[in-house]
Design a binder for this molecule. Structure first.
Ligand SMILES: Cc1ncc(C[n+]2csc(CCOP(=O)(O)OP(=O)(O)O)c2C)c(N)n1
Ligand SMILES: [Mg+2]
Length: 370
């Protein structure tokens, strides 16, 4: 490789694969052919998962959902750089975390309102899904610091995913500051997709890049082309290595991935209200899946038969997940279960009110006739 992955200006994005799928700057992938194919297959799973989830939501079989399409390169590229001992903290859009760690079929239940869809993530070293923007950044630093105090920092890195919008939250600054002060084995992945719902990146901060914010906290920040899965993989790998190299003091890194979400912010959003189709089309030209596919076909690693096999496996996994989702009978009483260890008196009163209502009228009482 011509230039280092880290230790470079924060406004010089790492790019290793161009949009036609050609390798750049003397780079040779460090992932094996098998792993490259698996990365490609998982990115395809991510895209298809998205379509399926949106369709389920439209049919009323799922709650609100946050689409990932366009962000597969940065999400799966970064997940592939981790070992199974590394911990992941993620925001609602980074579905690659569970999908690349075995895709527990119960995950869908979270998006239908069942807390067990969230709880199952712990078995995969993934923290409960974060909705409250930026809150999980200090958690990631805290966990990483605890790991260091227990001398586990050689084995575990703590990787925290969030968006460009999260950089305006106090929690982001507190988390990064303490990571710098205590040299924690943390990697901060800022998925800069240009928008925080309808707020463009330009109105989020006067900083020229988000990566340079790391400078204020005394550690490295690097930009990477988030539509390039191989660049994201290599940069994350370098950052994880730096976080947990045995014998060395761990050091955090902030990685800013430049990418785009093709779809709506969530199924409750209409992006036509704040951005034009030309912007979306321009980003689609850089599609991360097409890019990796072109490279793999060129190398003779991927052909139509393999692509069909991947399709079949994806449809099977999704069918299994949907079946798991719909095999549970919702119990409205559950909505009171996980908010507090000890329910508040008001919650108890609401629970009793609901129970009485259901006893008197059955569950039809819960359906409002519009
Ligand atoms: C503390 C907090 N404030 C506001 C919101 C409402 N909200 C939900 S998503 C979002 C935008 C986040 O944008 P970004 O961090 O860029 O992530 P993206 O959705 O683009 O992946 C906001 C403001 C929230 N969930 N939490
Ligand atoms: Mg964003």
């Amino acid at each position: 490789m011509d230039r280092p992955l880290l230790d470079r200006p924060p406004d010089d994005p790492v790019r290793l694969l161009d949009s036609d799928g050609a390798l750049l700057g003397g780079y040779e992938p460090t992932l094996s052919e098998t792993d490259l194919l698996s990365l490609y297959g998982d990115m395809r799973l991510g895209r298809r998962f998205d379509e399926r989830m949106i369709s389920l939501q439209r049919q009323g079989r799922l709650g609100t959902y946050a689409p990932l399409a366009g962000q597969e390169g940065s999400q799966f590229g970064s997940m592939y750089a981790l070992s199974e001992d590394d911990w992941v903290f993620y925001q609602y859009r980074e579905h690659a975390a569970p999908l690349s760690r075995g895709f527990p079929p119960e995950y869908l239940r979270y998006w239908a309102g069942y807390e067990e869809g969230n709880a199952v993530l712990a078995d995969h070293r993934i923290f409960p899904l974060n909705i409250c923007i930026g809150d999980h950044v200090p958690h990631a630093t805290g966990m990483a610091w605890a790991s260091k105090l227990q001398d586990n920092d050689d084995e575990e890195a703590f990787v925290c995913h969030f968006g460009d919008g999260a950089t305006s939250e106090g929690d982001f600054h507190e988390g990064l500051n303490f990571a710098g002060v205590f040299d924690t084995p943390t990697v901060f992945m800022c998925h800069n997709n240009g928008w925080a719902i309808s707020v463009p990146r330009e109105e989020q901060t006067r900083s020229a890049t988000l990566a340079e914010k790391a400078d204020a906290y005394g550690f490295e920040g690097v930009q990477v082309d988030g539509m390039d899965p191989l660049a994201v993989y290599e940069v994350t790998r370098a950052a994880v290595e730096k976080a947990k190299t045995p014998g060395d003091t761990p050091r955090p890194t902030l990685v800013e991935t430049l990418e785009y979400r093709y779809g709506a912010h969530t199924t409750a959003d209409d992006p036509g209200a704040y951005r034009g189709d030309e912007e979306v089309d321009a980003w689609r030209e850089k599609d991360p899946i097409d890019r990796l596919e072109a490279y793999l076909r060129d190398e003779g690693v991927l052909d139509d038969a393999t692509d069909e096999r991947i399709d079949g496996a994806i449809e099977d996994a999704l069918a299994d997940a949907v079946e798991t989702l719909e095999s549970v009978e919702p119990d409205p009483d559950d909505m009171f279960a996980d908010a507090f260890a000890e329910p508040t008196p008001r919650m108890e009163a609401q629970r009793e009110y609901l129970r009485a209502l259901r006893e008197r009228h059955g569950d039809d009482a819960l359906v409002r006739d519009e």
